[in-house]
Design a protein around this ligand. Structure first.
Ligand SMILES: Cc1cc2nc3c(=O)[nH]c(=O)nc-3n(C[C@H](O)[C@H](O)[C@H](O)COP(=O)(O)OP(=O)(O)OC[C@H]3O[C@@H](n4cnc5c(N)ncnc54)[C@H](O)[C@@H]3O)c2cc1C
Length: 325
């Protein structure tokens, strides 16, 4: 059986793509390792438009139910896509591209479709220090846009001296009592305008040339140990929140070398259509070079990709019936 469309990934981008393709009556296969995506672990989602507050689990459940309500969408979950290749006997519209993709999964599944949407998102780059896993969601956060208000009047640290780190500090200024910015190099790398904002707040303490070594606490975070590379001493800070902002990693390994990516492995898309460098393959959300990595944006991008895939399928259908006549 050849599906019209395979969607890889079950976060907000994948859910939006599935709902739209289902409503367009496309024969769709939805493959994902999970429903809900990255913010599944979040205690509080307060910026999904239309819902004032919910947990990541509630969000995931909502997306799952919506996907499952689409009768033309078949679901394979949990299942992980490990490779994508051109279909050997892909039917080719005259003058057009070879049409058809074959997807292989970790469960040994081999599935074929005329179009693909890659919405496999990303994962946060981790510090890989003691205490990080234990205190994730208990003081350790990877999303200042989402979690800054939870740290009202608390002492926090932001780890990372690039733009993401600086932006996290700016997100925290209205809430936190004091913000340590832990930067591993000698000076901050953020853009000058953002740095200018820093001068206006007396809440920020910048610690340059510092390497985080351990996150401490009992039930919740209570402190952080870092190596001061200037004097080679290990020092401690007492605090209640830690924002890790050292970048994210796109889940794009399974299409590496197949579709065009930027230097950090994000899939390059045309943001008007979600089209990748390969005709018939679309991508959306955090796995792409989209600047803003947010749930609402991923969902919107997922809709764009689904509608573009639909139009693409209409086009190749017309081309192949023209060839037959
Ligand atoms: C802790 C945390 C809290 C956050 N809170 C908020 C918030 O409150 N508000 C907000 O707007 N944004 C928040 N974000 C950001 C938001 O989660 C992301 O922008 C959003 O999830 C991206 O959606 P996506 O669908 O593009 O990808 P993802 O959510 O990353 O979903 C990708 C999906 O693809 C699946 N997948 C990955 N690889 C494969 C594969 N090879 N085969 C099959 N399936 C695969 C994954 O299991 C997952 O289901 C938060 C992020 C984090 C880390």
């Amino acid at each position: 059986m050849i599906y019209d469309l395979i969607i890889v990934g079950g976060g907000p981008a994948g859910a939006a793509a599935a709902v739209y393709s289902g409503r367009k009556k496309l024969k769709t296969l939805f493959i994902s390792e999970s429903f809900g995506g990255q913010s599944l672990v979040s205690d509080n989602i307060e910026n999904w438009i239309g819902v004032k507050k919910m947990t990541g689990f509630e969000f995931a459940k909502m997306l799952e139910e919506h996907i499952k309500s689409q009768e033309d969408v078949e679901i394979k979950m949990p299942e992980k896509v490990i490779s994508v290749k051109e279909m050997k006997d892909g039917f080719s519209a005259q003058g057009g591209p070879a049409v058809g993709w074959e997807v292989t999964t970790d469960k040994g599944g081999i599935y074929q479709a005329k179009a693909l949407i890659i919405v496999s998102g990303g994962r946060r780059r981790r510090l890989n220090v003691d205490g990080e896993d234990k205190f994730e969601g208990k003081g350790v956060s990877y999303c200042s846009t989402c979690d800054a208000p939870i740290f009202k009047d608390k002492i926090v640290a932001v780890i990372g001296g690039g733009n993401a780190g600086l932006e996290a500090v700016i997100d925290l200024i209205p809430y936190a009592a004091k913000i340590y910015l832990i930067n591993h190099s000698l000076e901050l790398k953020g853009d000058p305008l953002t740095l200018e904002e820093f001068g206006k707040s007396d809440k920020i303490v910048i610690i340059n040339n510092a390497e985080t070594q351990e996150i401490m606490g009992d039930k919740f975070v209570s402190g952080l140990k870092y190596l001061d590379k200037q004097d080679n001493n290990v020092k401690e800070l007492s605090l209640e929140g830690i924002f890790v902002e050292i970048g994210s990693v796109p889940n794009s390994e399974f299409v590496k070398g197949f579709v065009e990516m930027n230097e950090v492995g994000e899939i390059i898309v045309d943001h008007k259509t979600g089209a990748t460098s390969v005709s018939g393959i679309f991508a959306a959300g955090d796995v792409t070079d989209e600047i803003y990595k947010q749930n609402n944006i991923s969902a919107g991008d997922g809709v764009v990709a689904a509608l573009s895939a639909y139009n693409y399928l209409l086009k190749i259908k017309k081309q192949s019936s023209a060839v037959k006549n």
